[in-house]
Design a protein around this ligand. Sequence first.
Ligand SMILES: NC(=O)c1ccc[n+]([C@@H]2O[C@H](COP(=O)([O-])OP(=O)(O)OC[C@H]3O[C@@H](n4cnc5c(N)ncnc54)[C@H](O)[C@@H]3O)[C@@H](O)[C@H]2O)c1
Length: 201
Amino acid sequence: MLGAGEMGSRWTREIWQPFRDRMELAGLVDPNPAALDKAGDWLGLPLAARFADVREAFATVDANYCCVVTPPDHHREAVELACAHTMDILSEKPIADTLEACGAITRALQVAGVRMMVTQNYRYTRRILTLKQAIADLGAVNYAVARYASSWWPKRRGDAPSGGSAVPLASERARSGSRLTSCRLSALPLSKGYRNALIES
Ligand SMILES: NC(=O)c1ccc[n+]([C@@H]2O[C@H](COP(=O)([O-])OP(=O)(O)OC[C@H]3O[C@@H](n4cnc5c(N)ncnc54)[C@H](O)[C@@H]3O)[C@@H](O)[C@H]2O)c1
């Protein structure tokens, strides 16, 4: 498990809990000692299974797969390490922070033959499924306009003016919004053309 921050804690405390009889958490990585200790203590993980360094963790832990819940600019490194250890990946969205990093991830997965799934948990919430059904009831939709009206952005990240991102479509939260729009319309979240552009980038 890579990342014991805000979302990483949700994974360890909520998302994985129903599966504890079927899976064993082999290791936890976070360079922030407070986050690592808090999550490690809650899980009852031995100190030998807690790592501040992601490279050391991959070199030490033998696992069937890894779960990447680190900030987007660390996803590429995690995926490349997982590929080097032929470890399948379940990753938080987005794939990565830049198109270049997404391309590198795509290529690394292809070369290693490693599977990676990027989560989008909101797709399966009741409000999204309900809206999706309502749109389906309309019949074929040829054209849709979506306005991303939310302007929240955690001030703690410090890279956007308070009250919202100056470039909303460059923010990961806005990307969540646009992905949900395509999900509601049953569009493919990643078109073949875009996928090819990623591979070529
Ligand atoms: N699906 C959702 O609803 C949802 C919600 C919030 C965040 N996210 C995603 O989850 C991921 C993490 O976001 P967050 O809100 O938890 O961020 P966060 O800043 O709260 O936590 C990230 C944690 O990762 C740690 N970290 C940094 N580099 C690391 C590395 N190389 N190896 C291991 N740990 C490392 C940091 O110390 C920190 O504790 C992002 O990809 C984000 O987009 C998803």
